[in-house]
Design a binder for this molecule. Structure first.
Ligand code: AMP
Ligand code: TRP
Length: 333
């Protein structure tokens, strides 16, 4: 690594099969960055532990996510793709960073408050330290650029503060301040047309579902709520089906829907069928690749292990520098 424009790192919790929000809001961005940057992409299973009630399905979810990432175009030759816990140095760095993090900073973070609201019965120490672990992810690899959704902006700012505190406290430059890189699609709405697409809200459209399931899912999408009857004119500007047309349909169909919806020339059912057709067509190559990968999960595991080996080399080097900067007693090499 280290011959392109810079180092990119991003991570996502292993949520299993990915949906269109993940694809447009994260994965496509990961894929695009590979040609210009050295990229490291992590399936952050330790982060997942902060909120899960059971680890049943965790391994499967890591594999499902890896399959979707690979099918979408993450290239494990070019980039490093690995499972967070396979490089345990991140937990060591997490502990060392925690010494320069004031408690109040963690309790004040909006992301922490939100998680407390969502999981009031499980406010554990790990949850409080979630952003410190995320900082450790980024800093362990000295990443310069971190592509994430806008909801992660407080964590990125937090990471930058950790770098400044650490480097100042120990009079060093070992840690590098990362820059956030926002994504084009910050909030893909779910089938309800109101909330961010998310598995937990059951409003997602899976990228690797079959065509029929996709069409069925699209048919449940909420359209312009003011359009009650087929004969009512609609407003595509407030319709989530139309925003999907804009992402997946050819320009002539986007123009046609835009025009005909407003004069009740096309009904919601036909409009959705058309969108599902284009959505299925644009996902077809990804699904084809995924089907092939599903028959080779042993090979995918090898790629993940390989990624972890490469990541561990970078991590070991950083940890040597970090321990030295702190002034910890040296041990036999
Ligand atoms: P999550 O599944 O929430 O851990 O998210 C994984 C990645 O996908 C993050 O980078 C999110 O910002 C992105 N993401 C998830 N859901 C959406 C959505 N509905 N719209 C846009 N981006 C999303
Ligand atoms: N907190 C991120 C999220 O919920 C996931 C994450 C963990 C991450 N470690 C990271 C993202 C490091 C970018 C860099 O989406």
């Amino acid at each position: 690594m280290k011959n392109k424009k810079g180092l990119v790192f991003s991570g996502a919790r292993p949520t299993g099969r990915q949906h269109l929000g993940n694809l447009l809001g994260a994965i496509q961005n990961y894929v695009a960055l590979q040609s210009e940057y050295d990229c490291i992409y992590s399936i952050v299973d330790i982060h997942a532990l902060t909120t899960v009630e059971t680890t049943a399905g965790l391994r499967e979810n890591c594999m499902e996510m890896a399959l979707d990432w690979l099918a979408a175009g993450i290239d494990p030759e070019q980039s490093i793709m690995f499972i967070q816990s396979h490089v345990p140095q991140v937990m060591e760095l997490h502990t060392l960073l925690s010494m320069v993090v004031p408690m109040g900073k963690l309790t004040d973070l909006p992301t922490f408050k939100e998680k407390v609201r969502m999981h009031p019965q499980n406010v554990n120490y790990g949850l409080l330290g979630y952003p410190v672990l995320m900082s450790a992810d980024i800093l362990l690899y000295k990443a310069e650029i971190v592509p994430v959704g806008i909801d992660q902006a407080p964590h990125l700012e937090f990471t930058r503060e950790v770098v400044r505190s650490f480097n100042y406290r120990y009079g060093t430059q070992v840690l590098v301040e990362p820059q956030m890189k926002g994504t084009k699609f910050t909030k893909v709405l779910g089938t309800d047309g109101v909330n961010k697409m998310s598995k937990s809200l059951d409003n997602e459209i899976e990228i690797a579902a079959d065509e029929e399931t996709t069409q069925k899912r699209v048919m449940t999408m909420v359209t312009d709520p003011a359009r009650l009857r087929r004969s009512d004119p609609g407003n595509p500007d407030v319709c989530n089906v139309f925003s999907f047309h804009k992402m997946f349909s050819p320009q002539e169909d986007i123009d046609m829907v835009d025009r005909e919806c407003r004069v009740a020339g096309i009904g919601c059912v036909d409009c959705k069928k058309l969108m599902a057709k284009h959505l299925n067509a644009s996902l077809a190559p990804l699904r084809e690749r995924r089907r092939e990968l599903e028959t080779k999960t042993d090979q995918v595991l090898e790629q993940l292990y390989d990624g972890a080996d490469r990541a561990r080399k970078i991590a070991d080097q950083t940890m040597r520098e970090v321990r030295d900067a702190i002034g910890l007693p040296r041990y036999r090499a």
